[in-house]
Design a protein around this ligand. Structure first.
Ligand SMILES: Nc1ncnc2c1ncn2[C@@H]1O[C@H](COP(=O)(O)OP(=O)(O)OP(=O)(O)O)[C@@H](O)[C@H]1O
Ligand SMILES: [Mg+2]
Length: 274
């Protein structure tokens, strides 16, 4: 836990921000550089703030994960071949993310979950987070990411950044969570027509169920795969953290310039889950 008076933020750069999941080799290098600048600019002005950043799989990791059904583990069909192929896609993404953030002025320290976290049937079960705590206490920015991890039941599985945040929230107690994605927030369609969708400002107890009914994967005409569940499972995971630990999350666009910085400064664009 950060020292007294210090605020810890969890921030996710979604896989849909890193690249277009329909194009395996795509990577939005300028976008990630800009996000690095927005975070480092915020840190320059708020030196007491602490960050833990996570990045999503991105196209290079999603493609083998989908092909080998890596999340299902050994019963999924791809066996350890799938494990190796998916890990390689993750590592290629790691290098691109770290380099781009650094060019944006933000140095991060990679802590790959695969090296320390053990899952049980698709959920993070054990993870010695001493290194994460130490980095945060030293004013450094640890970078975690969706990863292939060993699983006591499945052999291995994939844990997305939200799964890892769920494990870390009760231990590190961040003040809030910000998630950058390729949409302006959670879109709602009161009329049932996608063309009428607008950003839902707040999701809480009162509208959670209705919102989930309206959210589906592959929305916006993109036939995209998301091996860790897409927007619906994201909302369920974040609502659970809000209910259990009162930790609020905000989903914003990572593609639009200035939105990350604005959210860090407390702006209300996007969707707040509380
Ligand atoms: N109602 C909705 N509002 C917004 N996005 C939605 C909705 N329903 C489905 N989606 C889809 O959810 C996607 C965002 O979820 P996704 O899991 O891809 O986010 P991410 O965190 O950026 O990526 P990753 O999980 O790979 O890191 C959007 O690109 C959109 O296609
Ligand atoms: Mg996802």
């Amino acid at each position: 836990m950060p020292e007294r008076g210090r605020t810890l933020l969890f921030f996710k750069i979604g896989g849909s921000v890193l690249g277009d999941k329909r194009r395996v080799r795509s990577f939005r290098v300028r976008t990630v550089e800009r996000i690095g600048r927005e975070v480092s600019g915020f840190l320059d002005e708020n030196p007491e703030s602490r960050f833990l950043i996570g990045h999503g799989g991105g196209p290079m990791a999603h493609a083998p994960a989908a092909e080998y059904r890596t999340r299902e583990g050994i019963p999924g069909g791809g066996g350890w071949e799938g494990y190796a192929a998916t890990r390689l896609g993750v590592i290629e993404t790691n290098l691109r993310v770290i380099s781009a953030l650094r060019r944006g002025g933000l140095n991060v320290s990679l802590v790959s979950p695969s090296a320390g976290c053990i899952a049980r049937d698709g959920r993070a079960a054990r993870w010695d987070i001493g290194v994460l705590r130490r980095l945060i206490d030293d004013g450094q920015v640890p970078l975690i990411h969706g990863d292939v991890v060993l699983d006591e039941k499945r052999g291995f599985t994939i844990l997305g950044t939200e799964d890892l945040f769920a494990f870390l929230v009760p231990k590190l107690r961040p003040a809030r969570i910000i998630l950058a994605s390729d949409v302006d927030g959670v879109m709602g369609t009161p009329s049932g027509k996608t063309s009428r969708a607008t950003v839902i400002k707040v999701i809480d107890r009162s509208n959670l169920e209705d919102t989930l009914k309206g959210v589906r994967s592959g929305w916006l005409g993109h036939k995209r795969h998301d091996v860790t569940g897409g927007m619906k499972s994201k909302i369920i995971a974040l609502a659970d953290l809000a209910r259990r630990y009162h930790t609020e999350s905000r989903i914003i666009s990572g593609l639009k310039k200035g939105r990350v910085r604005a959210a860090l400064d407390g702006d209300s664009a996007g969707t707040l889950i509380k």
